[in-house]
Design a protein around this ligand. Structure first.
Ligand SMILES: [Zn+2]
Length: 398
């Protein structure tokens, strides 16, 4: 791999630095101008150089981004996951092939600066493993420009969708990296049966767990307590995530602190995208307790909502805005959620702007991260292993 010197890069300390990259990793970081500039150097021109964003929760198979606009269809009475899943099946049947939609969505995310991703892919009795097979092929095509973890996601429940336990296990055999789950209590009405399958596969296959949990209040809290107990019993601390965990946003301060301590002790991370129509986890309280909090776009222009632009920096702004974050320390915390928080939850090796780390970074026209969070400036340059992979909102093919 070509060795490259990146000059005049502003780092988190506000000062300009030169960064030498060898074999795709950062070999040296020195004050700007202290090493001889060689031809082929890349001038960052004083922009902030930040670690690439971690898109920690997305659905590559169900987005309609790049396809025809599909107007959002409300549920018939109040929000109902079962009905929403049925709407999704109708929309998917009429949409462009998964392959095309997944590639459009990947290009969108990479161009904004995400080169690490965790995507959930639907595995159930209706689609079987076909969506996963397609996304595995797409992942292979994109392997030089983005690292993707895939979660076998039981969108139709595990016990309610015949054959799903076997399909989830087969999905891991096929190449999925994690096993998922979905609202064990409200969807499958059997927390023990649901978690037996999820953690059974995780133990058998040696894979991590990432469970969708939309359940509110005490229903969500009870589920989190069970997930933490299973995680600890299996010694899986650091290997389990709960996505959404809306219920944490419904609890009293005391109850939230108590469960935050449990999450921290159990090494269970929390993913939030701070959606506008729900309470969501108290990010500052969780982080203060030592819980790893990360984020993702979740749904981008799909059957669940019409929003999403694949920009994790804007996601940091949304999290900060909804959390009431005003100070620089708080804005930096929101930035952490879309960068190092994601790296920790996804257990990424070699992440960050430091010697020895992978040269995966994004340039931002900002003086520092608090400004970047409130302004989410564009355009950006995105580098993977020291190679330019996106510029001016478009992926560069080589
Ligand atoms: Zn999701």
């Amino acid at each position: 791999m070509t060795d490259t010197l990146f000059i005049n890069a502003r780092l988190a300390d506000g000062a300009l630095h030169d960064i030498a990259v060898e074999d795709g990793r950062i070999a040296a970081i020195t004050p700007a101008g202290s090493v001889a500039v060689k031809s082929g150097s890349v001038d960052i021109a004083g922009d902030l150089l930040a670690p690439s964003f971690v898109e920690g929760h997305i659905h590559l198979d169900t987005s309609f981004y790049g396809d025809a606009w599909i107007p959002h269809k409300p549920c018939t009475s109040e929000f109902d996951v079962h009905e929403r899943v049925a709407f999704q099946a109708e929309n998917m049947a009429a949409a462009a092939p998964i392959d095309k939609r997944a590639r459009d969505q990947l290009d969108l995310c990479i161009a904004q600066g995400s080169v690490q991703m965790r995507s959930h892919v639907m595995v159930d009795g209706s689609v079987g493993l076909t969506s996963l097979e397609t996304i595995l092929r797409v992942r292979e095509d994109y392997k030089d420009i983005i690292d993707i973890q895939l979660v076998a996601f039981p969108q139709s429940g595990i016990l309610k969708s015949p054959g799903t336990p076997e399909l989830l296990d087969a999905a891991i055999g096929l190449g999925a990296d994690l096993v998922g789950g979905l609202d064990p209590l409200s969807f499958d009405r059997d927390i023990k049966g649901h978690l037996d399958v999820v953690f059974g596969i995780a133990e058998k296959r040696g894979v991590d767990v990432d469970i969708h949990l939309h359940d509110a209040g005490t229903l969500g809290a009870m589920t989190i307590e069970d997930i933490c107990a299973r995680t600890t019993a299996l010694g899986m601390q650091g290997h389990v995530a709960v996505s959404h965990a809306y219920g944490l946003g419904d609890l009293s301060m005391d109850a939230a602190r108590k469960i935050a301590g449990l999450l921290a002790r159990s090494g269970v991370s929390i993913m939030t995208n701070a959606p506008g129509n729900h309470n969501f986890p108290p990010v500052a309280l969780l982080r203060a307790a030592g819980v790893t909090v990360f984020s993702g776009s979740d749904n981008i222009r799909d059957s669940w909502w019409p929003f999403g632009d694949g920009d994790m920096l804007r996601r940091a702004e949304i999290i900060a805005y909804r959390s009431g974050f005003f100070t620089d320390a708080e804005l930096n915390a929101a930035f952490d959620v879309v960068t190092i928080g994601g790296a920790k939850a996804l257990r990424l090796e070699g992440y960050g702007i430091e010697v020895g780390a992978k040269a995966d970074f994004v340039t931002l026209a900002a003086q520092h991260t608090p400004e970047a969070v409130v302004a989410f400036p564009k355009p950006r340059r995105v580098f993977k292993s020291g190679r330019l992979v996106a510029e001016n909102g478009a992926v560069i093919r080589q």
